[in-house]
Design a protein around this ligand. Structure first.
Ligand SMILES: Cc1cc2nc3c(=O)[nH]c(=O)nc-3n(C[C@H](O)[C@H](O)[C@H](O)COP(=O)(O)OP(=O)(O)OC[C@H]3O[C@@H](n4cnc5c(N)ncnc54)[C@H](O)[C@@H]3O)c2cc1C
Length: 481
């Protein structure tokens, strides 16, 4: 090292990388049990020209809109704590109360009460919703007698989940029947991950549900026995008035004020061993450092590790991603026909449409309301369905507008629209994911740690916590005893 203080590098300035850099720079931790260190040189390397990664706010019809996430869960308090720590506490907003609809069996229908990630716990409400047919209801009745004795391994739980882990769909279809899984569980649980329940790990995507199934349990009685979800009192989610883009901008500003070097427009290319630590080759030159947090998506991390840790690189290279495209439409106020109180709708893959979901943004977020304008964000793309990625922006917007008009029965005049592409953006937590990531981490040399959504938590709080955890690992491995 040329400096007498240690140098730490963080690759990727998404929320995970920002959180890791905060901790390495000695700023106050926001997740449980993490502590930082002072006096280090910290370099945060970001390939694009802005920090924040998928957290991004834009503008449509002159109104600020979220182009990535629009809210975060409060149960893991790290994102809320970060916002408050950065002085943004008075801009935290709960989404407007409302319900969502689902386009099932050719009609828009209200979601029934009592769903846990799409698994119904109130069968009367399910029957009244009309979402599943009489045959679908009968399939649930038949499934009630079919409680299976699942082992921790089959559920993907335990310290070393093995090859026997079953996908969420495989576990739930025999108990709930195909209609419930296709019309409810897949759009909700699969939708959060832009994937399909038939190829997602239940233990990663819904760990509470997986744990409840341990032993000889039917999912309905297991979920019925769970306590209601809590979120430290108050709303389950928060968004940020003005946009979450301000959260990442404030976090980057705090880092720079603390002396962290933010190298924007600089791509990390490879990592190798070097004197007293590592040499990180970037498009802006080579950085010698004692420890590194790698927080890009898994494919990029795999490329960086190819020489230094080929086994970890292979395992990370196995993580596949889904593309998601969004079109945010601005309509003339009052022209959109969606039932009062609905803030969104889901479209199951079984319906064969391009759109997967729509969020009525200006209803969900009162701060997005402007006289004369209504904002609606339509999503397309899920794992295995690349139709939206293959269409040009113009064509995609037209197809989604036509589907929206058909599904909602409205012919609202359009004022403006914005297409956002998130290619390879949603990691697919397939069965075996936790085991693969655990092995990849074990295969890393000391002082190199992984962070970000690739590890097994798609949400902003999980990514923040993963960043702090990775920074703490690097500090523990490199600090003199
Ligand atoms: C449309 C959409 C909606 C979402 N909705 C929600 C939601 O409502 N709530 C929620 O909690 N989560 C939501 N998510 C998920 C959440 O936004 C992401 O999982 C999270 O932001 C990922 O953070 P990250 O730091 O792991 O990675 P990223 O945000 O992907 O950041 C990684 C960074 O690494 C950089 N990078 C890559 N390669 C290199 C390299 N070689 N050198 C240097 N830099 C590199 C990238 O440019 C990027 O900035 C949503 C995501 C999307 C796309």
């Amino acid at each position: 090292m040329t400096e007498d203080r240690p140098t730490y590098a963080v690759v990727g300035a998404g929320v995970a990388g920002l959180a890791a850099a905060r901790l390495l720079a000695g700023l106050e931790a926001v997740s449980e049990g993490a502590t930082g260190s002072r006096g280090a040189r910290v370099v945060l390397i970001e390939a694009s020209d802005r920090p924040g990664g998928k957290v991004r706010t834009g503008e449509v019809a002159g109104v600020p809109v979220e182009l990535g996430p629009d809210q975060f869960l409060r149960r893991d308090p790290s994102a809320e704590r970060l916002a408050r720590h950065l002085g943004l506490g008075d801009r935290l907003r709960a989404p407007a109360g409302g319900t969502a609809g689902i386009y099932a069996r050719g009609e828009l229908r209200r979601l029934p009460a009592g769903l846990v990630l799409g698994v119904p716990t109130d069968l009367e409400a399910l029957a009244a919703s009309g979402i599943v047919s009489r045959e679908g209801l009968a399939a649930i009745e038949r499934g009630v007698g079919r409680a299976a004795a699942y082992s921790a391994g089959e559920l993907g739980l335990g310290d070393e989940p093995g090859a026997e882990e079953q996908a969420a769909g495989e576990l739930l279809r025999p108990q709930l029947g195909d209609e419930v899984v296709d019309y409810l569980v897949d759009p909700l649980l699969g939708g959060i991950n832009a994937g399909r329940v038939d190829s997602l790990s239940l233990a990663v995507t819904a760990p509470g549900v997986a744990r409840a199934l341990l032993g000889e349990r039917h999912v309905l009685s297991a979920l019925g026995a769970l306590p209601p979800p809590t979120a430290n009192g108050g709303p389950v989610f928060y968004g940020l008035e003005g946009g979450l883009g301000d959260l990442v901008a404030a976090a980057a500003g705090e880092l720079q004020a603390a002396g962290v070097e933010l190298w924007l427009g600089t791509a990390a290319r490879s990592l190798a061993g070097g004197p007293g630590g590592y040499l990180l080759e970037t498009s802006g030159g080579t950085l010698a450092c004692e420890g590194v947090v790698l927080a890009p998506p898994a494919g990029q991390t795999a490329r960086l590790l190819q020489e230094l840790a080929p086994a970890a690189a292979r395992l990370l290279g196995d993580v596949v991603y889904a593309d998601v495209s969004l079109v945010t439409f601005a309509f003339e106020e009052g022209a959109l026909v969606l039932p009062e109180g609905w803030t969104g709708l889901l479209v199951p893959a079984r319906e064969g449409r391009l759109m997967t979901a729509a969020t009525f943004s200006s209803r969900k977020w009162p701060w997005m309301r402007r006289p004369g304008v209504e904002l609606l964000r339509v999503s397309a793309g899920r794992f295995g369905d690349e139709r939206a990625s293959r269409l040009g922006d113009e064509e995609l917007a037209e197809v989604l507008l036509a589907e929206l008009r058909q599904v909602s029965g409205s012919s609202a005049p359009l004022l403006d629209r914005l297409v956002t592409r998130w290619r390879a953006s949603f990691p697919q937590y397939r069965p075996g994911h936790r085991a693969g990531i655990a092995r990849a981490r074990q295969a890393l040399p000391p002082g190199v740690a992984l962070a970000g959504a690739a590890l097994g938590g798609i949400g902003i709080p999980a990514c923040i916590s993963s960043g702090e955890r990775a920074a703490a690992e690097v500090l523990a491995a490199t600090r003199p005893a």
